[in-house]
Design a protein around this ligand. Structure first.
Ligand code: NAG
Ligand code: NAG
Ligand code: NAG
Ligand code: NAG
Ligand code: NAG
Length: 528
């Protein structure tokens, strides 16, 4: 009995010791974090706070700009949160944060931004820090989701175009070394939309910043894109105009797109694997015989034709490709809703025309000429020569939802073709450093009807390289195993439950259903 008791006591002591050890290790990290504020001495950098955040605790973000729409973020891992301001010129500054995980994997990563903002992407910072990346994120030089800060502030535009991200990377790498006591071994980028453009801008102009860039749905050809998005309102008119097509009519159009094009990839599953095959004809939807339900007037049919066609200037030069068919419903809510598109309006008002009362209904080809000539901050991001990035050993994984209703995936294909032509390389040669994947049934960066959960953000269906686009980039950079496909899960929006996976093909290959399994069966598809 006595010996049993002492044995128990010994065990309890060992258990306590182990516990104490763990607590002390965590305590060391927390102490290291709080004292880090006194160790940073970097030119132009003012550190505000260094704060230990335990996994599961809530970071209070309510002091930030309310238009960013995020008042808190729950941390998924133990980390040290560092908040800073960095001067980028005598007239501009960025807010920069570092989220340094306790469970660090020697990898550095920068997140990007969205829209025309102005908001640190905390959800992404939490996601990547929980995967062990020493993560940074900045506010892109101004606060909030709007563009008013650009007005008569060229330095704020430059921050937005490239300098905020690049500065955050330069400072972030120094902080990583200072904090962990050794430099990172590999450097990554993860971003989508405006974030996708930022990733491409670094690959084009700062080829040493990243070893691996994951750039989604990039807003490249930025000025052309702003013109294309702004032009929609001049085509649709306001809600109720004869030219306007309602959301429920767009649902009818979408159904007709599926009737005409869904089966072209071999499967009738409401998802277009290859929108390029779809030569949509709106004629069957035009009202006839006095009927007005579930049909379009000739004027509305013309609106549909225009919006699903490429946009050209007066000389017949392409401004921007067509909205790829399949994205009608999302586009009708966000872009074709009878309102001017806010990002485009803000870009022309505050960055280009310097007139905060400019009326977006007056947008015309003269404004297009102005924005292209001005290219504020060098933001266009459509340089097809990425040889410096390739020589530096950089790897680019570019993806785009094939049902993106905000930025047409056709523009990503246009850029791929531009790189091919500019560098004089075949896809097999580009494969060494640049791979593009169309993600069928993915809307703008996430969501949609298809197997769109590729692991490009929170709610990833898996963390292994075969289930996660970011970890597949890590494998490419660190093990030289390049991705042949990007696998996506069809996840339930609320429960996260996965119903099936699909392997999305490396462009210019596209997916074809060959059977014999069901369409949900990954092996029933072939990249052809
Ligand atoms: C969050 O911070 C704001 C000020 O930035 C403060 O007013 C508020 O009380 C804080 N909320 C919590 C839950 O601590
Ligand atoms: C952005 O907001 C932060 C507070 O969250 C503030 O410290 C910073 O100065 C603001 N930046 C600009 C450019 O106004
Ligand atoms: C600090 O900012 C100034 C502009 O305000 C810039 O000229 C200088 O290069 C910056 N220093 C570093 C180390 O980046
Ligand atoms: C730390 O990260 C590794 C690999 O990323 C993982 O296997 C391990 O479970 C993590 N540990 C903690 C305590 O999160
Ligand atoms: C707007 O202001 C910028 C400088 O901030 C200038 O370069 C540009 O030419 C101006 N645009 C017009 C249309 O006057």
């Amino acid at each position: 009995m006595a010996s049993l008791l002492s044995l128990l006591t010994v065990r309890v002591c060992i258990a306590l010791l182990a516990l104490t050890h763990a607590v002390v290790a965590q305590g060391d990290f927390a102490t290291q974090c709080s004292s880090f504020i006194n160790q940073v001495d970097i030119e132009n950098v003012t550190v505000y706070t260094t704060q230990y955040v335990g996994a599961g605790s809530t970071v209070n973000l309510s002091g930030g700009d309310s238009s960013c729409g995020q008042s808190s973020q729950v941390a998924s891992a133990n980390l040290c949160r560092i908040t800073m301001e960095v001067a980028t010129s005598p007239n501009s500054r960025i807010s920069l944060e570092a989220w340094f995980p306790q469970n660090y994997t020697d990898r550095f990563l920068s997140t990007g931004n969205g829209g025309i903002g102005g908001c640190i992407q905390y959800t992404d910072m939490d996601y990547t820090s929980s995967l062990g990346f020493a993560t940074v994120g900045a506010n892109n030089g101004h606060n909030g989701t709007g563009g008013a800060a650009f007005l008569n502030h060229p330095d704020v535009i430059i921050d937005f175009a490239w300098r905020s991200l690049h500065t955050g990377v330069v400072i972030g790498k120094q902080l990583t070394e200072l904090f962990y006591g050794a430099p990172h071994t590999a450097s990554y980028y993860l971003g989508c939309s405006t974030g996708g453009r930022q990733g491409w801008k670094m690959a084009q102009d700062f080829p040493d910043d990243f070893d691996g860039v994951v750039a989604g749905a990039p807003a490249i050809a930025w000025n052309s894109l702003q013109y294309w998005s702004g032009n929609f309102y001049t085509v649709t008119g306001a809600s109720g105009s004869p030219t306007f097509v309602s959301t429920s009519q767009w649902q009818t159009v979408h159904q007709e797109v599926l009737n005409q094009c869904d089966a072209l990839d071999g499967a009738t599953d409401s998802i277009l694997e290859n929108p390029d095959l779809c030569d949509f004809d709106v004629t069957p939807l035009i009202c006839s015989g006095g009927s007005t339900a579930n049909c379009l007037t000739a004027t509305q049919a013309e609106t549909v034709r225009t919006l699903l066609s490429p946009l050209y200037d007066e000389n017949g030069e392409l401004i921007y490709p067509r909205m790829q068919p399949g994205a009608e419903v999302l586009a009708s809510y966000v872009m074709w809703n009878g309102q001017p598109f806010a990002f485009s309006t803000d870009w022309f008002r505050y960055a280009v025309l310097n007139d905060s009362s400019w009326n977006p209904a007056t947008l015309d080809l003269a404004d297009y000429a102005t924005v292209m000539a001005q290219n504020p901050g060098g933001i266009e991001t459509f340089n097809g020569d990425i040889s410096a990035f390739a020589s530096a050993g950089g790897k680019m994984l570019h993806y785009h939802g094939l049902a993106d209703g905000l930025i047409s995936s056709d523009n990503s294909k246009r850029y791929y073709a531009l790189v091919q032509e500019t560098m004089g390389m075949e896809p097999a040669e580009l494969d060494d450093f640049y791979r593009f994947f169309g993600i069928s049934g993915m809307g703008h960066c996430s969501g949609g009807d298809g197997a769109a959960n590729i692991g490009n953000g929170a709610g990833a269906a898996g963390t292994s390289p075969d289930e996660n686009v970011l970890m597949s980039m890590v494998r490419w950079v660190e093990e030289g195993v390049a991705p042949e496909v990007v696998r996506g899960a069809k996840s339930d929006m609320y429960s996260g439950q996965v119903s099936y996976w699909r392997a999305h093909c490396k462009w210019p290959l596209t997916n074809t259903y060959v059977g014999p399994g069901a369409v949900e069966d990954e092996s029933a598809w072939e990249c052809t």
